[in-house]
Design a protein around this ligand. Structure first.
Ligand code: SAM
Length: 235
């Protein structure tokens, strides 16, 4: 691990190379809604608690990285957990400047001061090669439907991380994925999809193509939930 020293220089972000339709929806209204959604009910709070728990274990498996890029950071849901390691340097980026504004407004002041925030596309991060120990990417990959787009993103992660990536997505081989497949079969082929379950075998071979090895994974609820966090190690 690199030591958690002072901020290294970072380039300004270049224009997004791949512009997905779903990425456009995170305006101020939607961003505020996203922040509230995860706190709205007991079941949401329980699910966040579980998600934080497996994310913490994923980071431990990744070697408790010192320099973490939270991308996309959304409204900063994971910042308190990422900050549990006192000497960790936390960078946080998102494609939506409104999401970053909501995070800045809603997260505790001491965290906002600690986290280095910037806007960028996950396809073109705008940091130098190997500039962070870990990219922490929660709830983005299930929105990336095109395999070529997933590969482009994974290659950009491979360039920017020095060591590991923790990422979550929807995988097959569980009850929720089975139910979703039945729903999709009933849906009109015309209606555009902005979220998808990916076969484990498919995504794991994409990880290898992008230059990663699977170090381990954590399921939200084994055999039931579609959510899985993978820990990838850069080869
Ligand atoms: C479902 S939210 C997840 C946010 C956060 N990781 C969490 O779990 O709370 C998806 C986020 O991805 C961001 N996003 C969408 N497309 C992006 C892109 N191409 N590059 C970077 N961020 C993007 C959105 O602005 C939004 O904040």
């Amino acid at each position: 691990m690199t030591s958690c020293g002072p901020a290294q220089g970072k380039d300004s972000c270049t224009p997004q190379a791949i512009n997905l339709e779903f990425s456009q929806k995170y305006d101020l209204d939607h961003s505020q809604h996203y922040f509230r959604k995860h706190r709205a009910s007991l079941s949401r709070r329980l699910s966040t608690w579980r998600e934080l728990g497996i994310a913490r274990r994923a980071l431990a498996l990744a070697g408790d990285p010192c320099v973490v890029l939270d991308l996309p950071c959304g409204a900063g849901r994971f910042w308190p957990m990422l900050a549990e390691k006192p000497d960790r340097r936390i960078l946080a980026a998102d494609g939506s400047k409104e999401m970053l504004q909501v995070a800045e407004r809603m997260q505790p002041r001491n965290l906002v001061e600690r986290v280095e925030r910037f806007q960028c596309s996950a396809f073109e991060i705008g940091l130098g090669d190997g500039s962070v120990d870990n990219i922490f990417c929660m709830r983005l990959l299930h929105h990336i439907i095109e395999p070529s787009h997933r590969l482009a993103m994974l290659r950009e992660f491979h360039r920017v991380t020095r060591d590991t990536v923790c990422l979550s997505l929807w995988v097959d081989g569980n009850y929720q994925a089975y139910r979703r497949a039945r729903l999709e079969a009933r849906r009109s082929k015309e209606s555009p999809q902005n979220r998808a379950v990916v076969k484990r075998q498919t995504v794991e071979s994409e990880f290898v193509q992008a230059g990663f090895r699977v170090k381990g994974y954590f399921d939200f609820l084994r055999f039931y939930s579609m959510w899985r966090i993978y820990v990838l190690h850069k080869e």
